[in-house]
Design a protein around this ligand. Structure first.
Ligand code: FMN
Length: 363
């Protein structure tokens, strides 16, 4: 059965339905990147989903860009996440951790280390970022990674992936979307490297392919996934040819053995796609280069999600914002009940309000 509400499997992992909670950064960790205790409640409340993907989580202090985001690289962080996965598993959902190294999308005030943000190339992003101390601030110009630093950077992903498995996660999703580090390697406007890790198409995809293969080698390809956002311009990404870039990337990845490829459709953050054509055509084009499961997010409804499952285009349907104010989203979609609107002003605040205090429908 391909019904949204029927069980399925994902690379051998049994899921209680075809509904996935999208990765959602909510900034409820302490200054050392340890998720606060009510993070467990928030995820457990939403664990009637088949699969939950965690918020973007750092692989090292150097990977942090935003204030109050969590990590997966200290014993305290691992212990806190173990409570989360235990509570999620107890309600039947599976859980992947999303690894987000922010690269140039970072401000020193948000970080625990003195180093400047590091990126593929020293290209300053347009725009500003929130800091708790000084509100909105311009992005600084990042330092470019030395070639000799790249093996250790890959190793950070590998160690964090092992930590995630030790903390009970069922797999990891590598965030190669939305203008963060891996996307910065892929895109032509952020990767100007001349050391074999940039400039040419094969050069720009190289680092991402090496990270995926290293993580898959450490924890298994079936526990390894990737998220991409071809054509999205969020965080000042302007790739000259996102379709060509992502087709080359997918062809170079072991997608037949990986858990899934997660594509971001046009959404509220990137309603227009840059140079990537019609979103429906884009998804079909990418599908032809993915040998395993394809999942996608972006303004889905129960109806459009079901249509994508029926056509075979998608194997799972991913919902983001609807999960924020609806801990029982699965039950509401199934019953055709109203879906509550979230309080956007509390998306990134520090406390339980607007986070773990949204009620389920009575009865
Ligand atoms: C508050 C908020 C935080 C988000 N954080 C992340 C994140 O950490 N990682 C990521 O890949 N996408 C992130 N996204 C994007 C969502 O995962 C999702 O792709 C997007 O909201 C579109 O799906 P929707 O239309 O169902 O909301 C975030 C979106 C929102 C609203």
């Amino acid at each position: 059965m391909n019904s949204l509400f029927e069980p399925t499997t994902l690379a051998g992992l049994p899921l209680q339905n075809h509904i996935v909670m999208a990765p959602l950064t909510r900034n409820r960790a302490d200054a050392m990147g340890v998720p606060k205790p009510f993070v467990r409640d928030y995820y457990a409340q939403r664990a009637s989903a088949g699969l939950i993907i965690s918020e973007g989580t750092q692989t090292s202090f150097a990977g942090q860009g935003y204030c109050r985001t969590p990590g997966m690289h200290t014993p305290e962080q691992i212990a806190a996440w173990k409570h989360v996965t235990d509570a999620v598993h107890a309600r039947g959902a599976k859980m992947f951790m999303q690894f987000m190294h922010c690269g140039r999308i970072a401000h020193p005030l948000n970080r625990q280390i003195a180093d400047a943000p590091v990126a593929p190339s020293a290209v300053k992003p347009a725009g500003q970022m929130w800091t708790d101390q000084q509100q909105l601030q311009d992005y600084p110009t990042p330092r470019a990674f030395e070639t000799a630093e790249l093996p250790a950077l890959i190793e950070e992903f590998v160690t964090a992936a092992r930590n995630a498995i030790a903390a009970g996660f069922d797999g990891v999703e590598l965030h190669s979307a939305n203008g963060y580090l891996l996307n910065q390697f892929l895109a032509s406007n952020t990767n100007l490297r001349t050391d074999g890790y940039g400039t040419s198409l094969q050069g720009r995809i190289r680092f991402v392919v090496e990270v995926v293969k290293a993580v898959a080698g450490a924890i298994g390809a079936a526990r390894t996934a990737i998220r991409v956002s071809p054509g999205h311009m969020f965080n000042d990404i302007v790739d000259a040819n996102p379709l060509e870039t992502h087709v080359a990337l997918l062809d170079a990845l072991p997608t037949a053995d990986m858990a899934y490829v997660h594509v971001m459709l046009a959404d509220a953050f990137s309603p227009q796609l840059n140079n990537a054509g019609d979103p429906q055509v884009l998804l079909r084009t990418l599908r032809a280069h993915i040998k395993g499961a394809l999942i996608a997010a972006g303004n889905l409804t129960a109806e459009s999600a079901q249509a994508h499952l029926d056509s075979g285009l998608l194997q799972l349907a991913v919902f983001g914002r609807p999960f924020i104010a609806n801990p029982d989203l699965v039950e509401r979609l199934k019953a055709g009940a109203p879906v509550a609107a979230p309080r956007a002003e509390l998306f990134y605040t520090a406390d339980a309000e607007g986070y773990s205090d949204y009620p389920a429908l009575a009865g």
